[in-house]
Design a protein around this ligand. Sequence first.
Ligand code: PLP
Length: 395
Amino acid sequence: MLPKNSLAWGRSKSCIRELAAYGAARKAAIGTDKVFDFSIGNPSVPAPPQVDEAIRALLCETDSTALHGYTPAAGLPSLRAAVAADLRARLGAPVSADGVYVCCGAAAGLAACCRGLLCPGEEALTFAPFFPEYRVFVEGAGGVLGVVPPAAGLQPDLNALERFITEKTKLLIVNTPNNPSGVVLSAESLTRLGEILRAAERRYGHTIYLVSDEPYRELVYDGALPPSVLRFYDDAILCYSFSKSLSLPGERIGYLAVSDRMAERDDVFAALAGAARASGYVNAPSLMQRVIERCLGLTSDLSVYRENRDLLYGGLQELGYDCVYPDGAFYLFVKSPEPDAKAFSERAKQFELLLVPSDDFGLEGYVRLAYCVSGEMIRRAMPAFQALAESYGLT
Ligand code: PLP
């Protein structure tokens, strides 16, 4: 007999990947320019030139056995120190080198947090809408995922959070800027969040960890970098990835940063390292670690996403769609004109529009549009959006 969960996760496809696969087949059948594919969050702008330059230089400058050899599991000491210095300088985050664990993207970091922090049967909470893989990471660690429904404007409902926390709650996962809503947590919300978690720790007499999933940290459009969660709560871990900010999702590189202010920081760090080890993780790709060390603080040209956001949000609002204004990330969350978002997504397919229904994000009645696409495709998609809107009598 095979483990039930592993079998189910291996057999079921994420609805995002299923729609992307449908899109690939459709493009092959009718032509790429006839399909308006908003399914997947694969960055559409290239990595900055410094990334390729660093790779070329490393190949020439570095002894190849060192370049392609194992690194310490937690990452190259020089990279860990550089990441900590960058977090302190740019975000005022209380992090030092020995609290940084370099890992294979945010997915590996999140999975290590769930496995390293949750005992069987303990609960992790998150706010809807949320990245669907959280459920796999939490349940894969033997934990239970509790989902807190959102407040108005899809902001995290902090009053509801207070009601959801129980003595079983060990972990809260937040994601800012958010996939799929684009909502960015404000300093005011983070202050309140910290107060709620501290009160709950006192009430239940154990630590409640805050894991902040931030692969979209630099993708904010209407202000400076969002405030670091680590400044608002001591028992916090930052989970970061270079997949989106440097357009390197296939290279699998990111890090965990445990707050210096966490009382049990060294034990927690050891538990995260142990969880990674138990997953067969050895070290993040050696070449990429060295590239990141040379490219810290750089980003791809993210202005393209802002233009896309304005184009898509403005265009769809004009056509009568009800959209959540995204402050960050590269997703637009749109209210389905009928209660069943899957039915809406199916109807959109008739107009060659690929929109992900929101059910797997823990919230019904919306679709997600990934606007990490060309602006030209967004413009060409507008007549299809108009025809879809007309079919619902929106315009
Ligand atoms: N968290 C969120 C909110 C995401 O959207 C993604 C990827 O899309 C991840 C984590 C995983 O990212 P990575 O490529 O760094 O594993």
